[in-house]
Ligand binder design. Sequence first.
Ligand code: FES
Length: 249
Amino acid sequence: MSLLLRNNLGLRAALSNVICSRKVSTTPQLLSDQLVVHRDTPDNNPDIPFQFTEANMKRLTALVQNYPEGSQVSAISMAMDLVQRQIGWIPISAQHKIAELLSMPRMRVYEWATFYTMCKRTYRGKFNVKVCKTTPCMLRGSDIILRAVEEATCCCVGSVSPDKMFGVDLVECQGACANAPVLVVDDDYYEDVTVSDVYNIIQTLKSGGIPPCGPQSGRYAAEPACGLTTLLTCPPPPGYCVQPALFKG
Ligand code: FES
């Protein structure tokens, strides 16, 4: 057997060992009816009334006034966001309320709601836990983080925990790749997370606390994990290296 062939066989055996020992991350199947179709359920149907709170109604009125007469529909994203912040998700009756308030066809609201994945059209738990699965996070072990999240919350990805406290979602890049792997709970980012960080974060949420967000590794921000390698000295003062002739006399 040639040396090249032997090397190739060795490489293939090593690769298959790696693949067998590590779960390959796969995207859960989202059927088209889950993505774009609304089906009435006892918890989500047009007969369940929705009202903005007084404070949110005031906010929406102020936001609508930012747009010129006739373009109030542009406030739709703010209206959707207000609903989601008020009750955690956007039921069909809230979509109808927005259509009514912004004088727009309901279909335009449905289009918006089904286009943006951050718009939650089903209840996603008191805390919506999102695990980033895009390449940098995947290379830093997001599949292992996801398994820890599922175990800690007793909730599979795409569903809500039996106590309705957690909903777990897989998401694309959250824009914090330098601090991968990243976990997002509602609006709070937890970066550089390890499996034990996941259990601590979920346990703190369960006991009513708010875990400190940001890098969990002790990093201040996105500086190199092994310490600074550049910008080691204080920056020079204004005027550094400027020709003397350019200084004001
Ligand atoms: S890839 Fe996870 S935050 Fe960018």
